[in-house]
Design a protein around this ligand. Structure first.
Ligand SMILES: [Zn+2]
Length: 739
């Protein structure tokens, strides 16, 4: 019998004694004498009490029993409050993790990181945190599906399997040479689709050249970069549109020099039985490289300059028919050009608008032969990665596995969700987001220094924050994803390169669909990673499914555990909306200053306290100290996340929460468990290698040790849980505080 059953029997006994009393009042018979009734009642009560004492001595575990001996009223209520233990597989694993990773010899008030994570390395072969391990598990699960004989029933599953297997075949050593030649022949066929190529045609005549035809044909294949300019998606609002198709200067330049390019192109021509003169070829390639260098001389600012309409761009660069080119990027049947057109924009870039020199003047003075060769060279460089060994995912997983998951992230997510995921987790997480948003609002309401105007804008930003939990609603409908895959026709007979061309075209069409709709899910975003994100340009919080899964999350974990773990990460991500960078965007994602000058100054002053604190933090396992400026936004997101999560935690009704096996069941125990659970995501083996200061500058996040010891010590809630003596490392005299 567990403790909950015991509690029920107690209630049952009490109810029964009430029923006896009612009966007595209703039917007065031989016990009507009041004195007799009182005596009988007292005897009955005594029997019940004695029975309970005997019963509890027999049934209640040692720890609880000591609380009820003596049996007065307050102890009965304590007894009723006694919590059940959470005995789901996930909870048992969690208890075991907490017990195994901790080092109880370390005082939590001195080094909470070591206290919580000190024995992590004794229990894992994992080089990173449990988040990294979960990433690997999820990828392995998808690989298992791809390798298994389990039949693929849906369009997205079929596409994944065909792509993965074709990729693996192309990498088998016995196939490498034949496959390389087959791809080269296909590349040559695709070049013919783009236009007449002077290098491959001795009788090429410049009257055959059309710049717009060639670029439009490249776009039809799937390409978005054309040397003279490129098309890309902007995921933040300009004017009224939340996202746009942006025409901007091409940023990528040739990665190959003359000798390599000459080798690649002459091999391609020879295989296709094209005769050519070495000298002419070298000159053509050099001309193409020179044109690329010239186009690369325009300055591209980090932030887009003032936006302009496509009409204005057309007037500045009349030689390029932008609309015609962009239109070919859409699916001919399903694409909505009107919507895409309304969301197409450009900006006053030097390469388009400089009156002295811009791409228009370059096009005007460059020979058609050079431009035609140049565009084909752009395509060859792209295609070359598929038959050279230049493009390989350098990770622990197979290249083909990563390629498949990265190019078809929605299909990959579906495999994970359908086969290995509890969808109820998403529902619980979605509710948690709302609770934490309320905590942020309370934090702003209680701020002692925010002016009313700033406070209102901050609250509005929280209220309007979008959320994606796992995936967006449009994919909840049965068959919704497969409808998308109707336009991707892969067959097992397709060569690997044909598959790549089709998949890239499919992605391009998806991107255009993304621009034309209000979907929050960008098709290029990774979906099967154990992480959560905040996108300031969309004021969007995104929690990915693998993160809302064991061991980080479970719908049946006690709520103080979920609040400390996933809740704290949700709050950290929302906190990015108010960190040193995120605070510059408003509730629509627009880059706009919504702070009063006084509030901005106060914010900066308070932020510098965090920076100083971080700069002074010494991690014993780092050769050098990390500098605060590069990671300040993360430090602040951690501080805000901790504060908001604690506000939300304090609002939880803990009376019915289960406890974890081997952990206490009082409110104070839950407060401690809150911090212990929060620390788990940062446990990692100590890095004992020495880092150069330059290397440290590349780290986007503070060290794990700081994220626990530094961030927790700053939080008054930690002191409330652990009662650390004032002046101890985890309860310092000086603290930083943002809002
Ligand atoms: Zn962050």
């Amino acid at each position: 019998m567990n403790e909950r059953d015991t509690e029920n029997s107690l209630l049952l006994d009490l109810t029964q004694s009430e029923e006896i009393e009612e009966e007595k009042e209703g039917k007065c018979s031989k016990y009507c004498n009041p004195l007799v009734s009182i005596i009988i009642f007292l005897v009955a009560l005594l029997i019940v009490v004695l029975a309970l004492v005997v019963f509890w001595k027999m049934e209640v575990p040692e720890k609880t029993r000591t609380q009820i001996v003596g049996f007065n009223q307050s102890q009965i209520s304590e007894l009723i409050k006694t919590r059940e233990e959470c005995t789901t597989a996930e909870c048992i694993t969690l208890s075991s993790t907490l017990l195994n990773w901790q080092n109880t010899k370390i005082d939590p008030c001195d080094d909470f990181y070591e206290h919580s994570c000190g024995k992590y390395h004794e229990h894992t072969m994992n080089d990173g945190t449990r988040v990294n391990e979960k990433d690997r598990i999820v990828i392995k699960l998808i690989q298992h599906f791809l390798l298994s004989n389990q039949s693929a029933n849906t369009a997205s599953e079929i596409a994944m399997k065909i792509m993965y297997r074709s990729c693996e075949r192309s990498l088998q050593p016995r196939n490498i040479i034949t496959y390389r030649e087959a791809i080269q022949k296909e590349v040559f066929q695709n070049i013919k689709k783009i236009g007449n190529w002077p290098m491959a045609n001795m009788t090429w005549n410049e009257s055959e050249f059309s710049l717009n035809d060639m670029i439009a044909n490249m776009a039809k294949l799937h390409m978005l970069h054309y040397g003279f300019f490129e098309a890309g998606i902007l995921d933040y609002p300009i004017d009224a549109a939340p996202k746009q198709l942006m025409i901007r200067p091409a940023r990528s330049r040739f990665d190959m020099f003359l000798p390599e390019f000459t080798h690649v192109i002459s091999e391609l021509l020879r295989l296709s039985n094209v005769t050519f003169l070495n000298e002419t070829l070298t000159k053509d390639i050099q001309d193409g490289l020179n044109l690329d260098t010239e186009l690369g001389k325009f300055r591209i600012p980090d932030r887009e300059p003032e936006s302009v309409t496509v009409e204005e761009l057309k007037r500045a660069v009349p030689a390029i028919d932008f609309e015609r080119i962009l239109k070919t990027l859409l699916n001919p049947e399903r694409g909505n050009w009107t919507n895409v057109k309304n969301r197409t924009t450009a900006a006053r870039f030097e390469s388009f608008f400089n009156p002295e020199k811009n791409i228009s003047s370059i096009i005007f003075k460059t020979k058609p032969r050079v431009m035609a060769n140049y565009l084909i060279m752009k395509y060859i460089e792209h295609a070359y990665i598929y038959y050279s060994m230049r493009f390989r995912y350098a990770s622990k997983y197979s290249h083909c596995l990563e390629l498949t998951i990265n190019l078809l992230p929605r299909a990959a997510l579906r495999v994970f969700v359908r086969n290995h995921y509890k969808k109820e987790n998403m529902v619980v997480a979605s509710k948690m987001v709302e609770i934490i948003k309320d905590a942020f609002i309370e934090m702003f309401e209680n701020s002692t220094w925010l002016h009313e105007e700033t406070r209102k804008a901050a609250i509005l930003k929280v209220k309007k924050m979008n959320k994606v939990i796992g995936y967006t609603e449009e994919y909840e409908r049965e068959g919704a994803l497969d409808q998308q895959f109707e336009t991707l026709h892969l067959t097992p007979d397709d060569s690997f390169f044909t598959i790549m061309t089709k998949v890239h075209r499919f992605k391009t069409e998806q991107l255009m669909e993304y621009v034309s709709t209000n979907s929050l899910l960008n098709p290029i975003d990774s979906l099967v990673v154990t992480n959560a994100f905040y996108f300031p340009g969309k004021n969007l919080l995104s929690l990915l499914a693998p993160f809302l899964d064991k061991p980080h999350f479970d719908a049946h974990y006690p709520r103080y555990v979920t609040m400390a773990g996933v809740g704290r990460v949700i709050a950290h991500e929302i906190g990015h909306g108010f960190d040193t960078e995120g605070r510059h965007s408003d509730e629509t994602g627009q880059y706009r200053d919504w702070w009063t000058p006084e509030d901005s100054a106060e914010y900066d002053k308070r932020a510098s306290c965090f920076q100083k604190q971080f700069d002074e933090f010494k991690d014993p396992f780092l050769g050098e100290m990390q500098q605060g400026l590069g990671v300040l936004s993360e430090v602040i997101a951690d501080a805000l996340g901790m504060e908001a999560t604690w506000i939300a935690f304090k609002k939880l009704d803990l009376s019915n929460e289960q406890t974890l096996i081997k952990f206490g069941d009082q409110d104070q125990d839950f407060k401690k468990l809150f911090f212990r659970a929060a620390a788990l995501d940062f446990c990692a083996p100590n890095r004992i290698d020495k880092h150069s200061p330059r290397h440290l500058l590349k780290w986007s996040h503070p060290t794990h040790r700081f994220r626990i010891n530094g961030a927790f010590a700053n939080s008054r809630s930690f002191t409330e849980a652990y009662n650390c003596p004032l002046g101890s490392r985890m309860n310092p005299i000086e603290r930083c505080d943002l809002f």
